[in-house]
Design a protein around this ligand. Sequence first.
Ligand code: NAD
Length: 244
Amino acid sequence: MATAVITGSARGIGAAIALRLAQDGYDIALNDISEAMFENNDIMDRIRAEGVVCEKFIADVSNYEQTEQMIKDIKSRFVTIDVLVNNAGITRDGLLARMSEENFDSVIAVNQKSVFNMTKHVTAVMMKQRSGRIINLSSVAGLYGNAGQFNYSASKAAIIGMTKTIAKELGSRGITCNAVAPGFIKTPMTDKLTDAQKEKILQLIAMRRYGTVEEIAGVVSFLASKDSSYVTGQVIEISGGLSM
Ligand code: NAD
């Protein structure tokens, strides 16, 4: 049985991706920053109901040592690591002029450095297997910038550079690396927006609605599947036609 590791997967887009990959037949290694994220949460039961193995691994993906240990633990539990989805992310929004150094550093650490930490350790395993799929969560903010998200846009643009570089470095080893760039998806992250902000955003979306977590998970499923075996170094925007 093939195994998929999804970071930040106790809730939101990560949980939807984990459930979808379980439906595709992968055993699932969930990750989140604390045990508390899995309390009063049925995600593990829902994944196991698909008939696959599912375990959770607690680690802060911005921490190099913790990710190294987590990948060792996942490897000893599941043997192979076939798919890595770098999904964990945070926002600490604010205009550049008012942004604190702490809010800049924390977003870069969780959204950007985590991709270095996770991918370095997972690709060591995938290179021995001579196969693997890596899928990174970027954002439309990384493609086009977004006022009020200097730190977040920087981290999500960096993910695109890392995605293309991983694709070039590891393509010959049978490893593909792609990114998805969601627009506005209904999750706890976007629930924080004010009604006025939400209404303004809707007017910019050709489809005049927010995306669902399942619509992100469907594209990630494609990027993990045999159907995308010759796709690498690409960024797929999933935004209902936000930017055209
Ligand atoms: P979310 O806040 O609902 O979920 C993020 C998960 O990551 C949470 O479970 C959180 O606990 C976990 N996490 C945070 N820091 C972590 C750390 N240091 N180590 C391990 N886990 C950690 O967010 P979401 O909306 O589901 O977003 C998922 C990804 O999709 C993020 O990378 C986000 O930037 C990206 N994205 C979201 C949207 C959107 O509209 N929601 C749009 C574009 C991109």
